[in-house]
Structures are given as structure tokens and as C-alpha cells.
Design a protein around this ligand. Sequence first.
Ligand code: BGC
Length: 360
Amino acid sequence: MKKKLLSAVLATAMAASLLAGCGSAASTQTSSGSSNGKVGVAMPTKDLQRWNQDGANMEKQLKEAGYEVDLQYASNDIATQVSQIENMISSGSKVLVIASIDGDSLGTVLAQAKEQGVKVIAYDRLIMNSDAVSYYATFDNYMVGTKQGEYIKQQLDLDNAAGPFNLEIFTGDPGDNNARFFYGGAVDVLKPYIDSGKLVVKSGQVDFDNVATANWSTENAQSRMDAIISANYADGTKLDAVLCSNDSTALGVTNSLEANYTGDWPIITGQDCDVANVKNMIAGKQSMSIFKDTRDLAAQTVKMVDAIMKGTEAPVNDTKTYDNGTGIIPSYLCEPVFADVNNYKQLLIDSGYYTEDQLK
Ligand code: BGC
């Protein structure tokens, strides 16, 4: 994403007031600058728009609640994230808020955190196989997938139309626990139609391992789509829908279709409402994107930080879904909604998430 555009997006995200929904402003209020303690915030990468917004919202809201903030981005490099977390622990952070790159790679460093009494909140992505994790704040990841699957089901009218329809599937990084929930939610909706033959996946790539996209990378999704088109759709065969778990994969699929596909444009799903994808939605190149208001997730996470700092219990609304291998992690799940060309103005512009100009 271009730097200028990104800073405009961040400025709006930071200036915007909090929406009602899963999150509302944190309870502790001291003037910013004073310190209720230091909080380390570890984000995976600056490459994707959403993590920049998450980081900016977390920093802003934690500062408003009187905390000192150590915010770090790790360029999607696991070793970098581990060493950033080590530094956060050694430089006095009392709570760590971590959006992991690979959910399974933080066991050792988080054992150090636990030893030193530093508490951990898994942010957006669950941290696996570590008993140092106190809470998990996220969106309902299975529901994200369900909404994407339902969207395709409704748009193709799968219960009534004769079909068959051609579908291809793109999900996320295998090291991200969320990817399995997104995939599972969508495939649970679509599988009966695949089994009955109403949906046909001509590439034959349906299983999670075959449709995963390393690092959620646009380039990886694009090159897999290039290969799928040349083997199955280059002769004018119509592709009816592409289930993409998020916007970075949807962008790769769209780029590939633009370069290689001549048939009627398929339904394409996404997630995050990144600026480039909302623009594609307005231009008719992407059908929908799940909107996860990162301001709400930050607000909910700040409540968890507050509770930990005060030695009280944080509000949670799910105590059964997310087992990280050491037991269930008490979670707060925010509700995702879907945006399309009909409702994006209300969801994204009226709420102050973006300005109209950013989407031009
Ligand atoms: C997040 C998505 C995001 C993806 C790629 C997932 O863990 O939940 O919102 O699109 O990672 O960064």
C-alpha cells in the first residue's frame, strides 16, 4: 500500500471515535503520559493495512488509559517477533498483547514471560501450546468463514438454481490458527453442495493444505490462481465463485483474473475491508469483504489489560471454543459483519473508519 494512503488511513482510524459494538472505551482514565505501567504490543507486519490500524488503535487507546506502550512490528519474521518479545519482557512490560506470526513458535519466550510474572493476551490470533496466555481477544473467526460461505450460497442461489457452478478456494497461512476457523466456517456451509456436485472445484484443490496461502501473501495467491486458470479456465470455462478467506488473497486472485481470465466475472469474497479491496468492491471486482472494526477489538483488549493490571477478571463471552493445547483460553469474540457495495458507505464511511476520499 502506498505510504501516503496508509498514513491517511491511519489518521482517520486514530481520529475516529469508538463505535458501539463489542468494544467501548477502557474504564481507567488518567491523563496520557502518566503511567499505569508498561504494555508491550507485538504486531506481525506493517505490510498489511489491518495490522497498522490495529497497532495504531492499541497504542492510542492504551495511552488514553494511562499506560506506557512499546509497539513493535516484526516484518512477518518469527525470530524478529521472538526477540522483540524478549526485549519487552526485559525492559519492564507488565502485560504483552501479541498478534503472533506463527501461533506455535512463542512457547519458549512466553515461558520466560510467565516466570517473570508478565501476563499475555493473544490478540486476534490464538497463541498455541503455551500456558502463559491469560486471555484471547478476537473476532468470531468461525463466523467470518460462515458469512463468506453463506454469501456465496445466497449469490449463487445454491438451494434453487440448477448449477453446477465452478468454485475455487483460497485460505490463509497454515501457522495462523485463524485460517483453519475461516476455512472451516466457510467449508461447513459449502461442502454439502460440493458433495452433491452442485459446486465443482475443477482444480481439485479443496483440502486445507491444498488451499492454504503461505504468509497470506497476495503474490502466492496470484501465482496459484494463474496456474488454476491456465489448467482449468483458459478455454473460456466459466468460474462462478472464488472463496478467499481475506483481502490479501482476494487481491492476488483478482490480479490473476484480470491478467488471464476472459469469462464473466466470478463472485469473490474477502475480509478486512482494506482500502484497495473496498475500491475493487466499488468497481465490481470483489463482491464482499468481512468488516472487522479494529477500534472495537482494541477497546476490548484494553479492558483485558486493565483487568490484569488491577488483578480483577476481564469480561469474556466465550469459554469453550479456543483450546490452545494447554486448555481453553477465556476469550472475547467481537462480531464480524459483511460489507458489500450496498452497505459499505454506512459501515465504513458513516462510522468514520474511512473518508470518502480514501476510497476514490
Ligand atoms: C486475521 C485477518 C487477516 C489475516 C492476514 C488473520 O489472522 O484475522 O484479519 O486478514 O490474518 O493478516
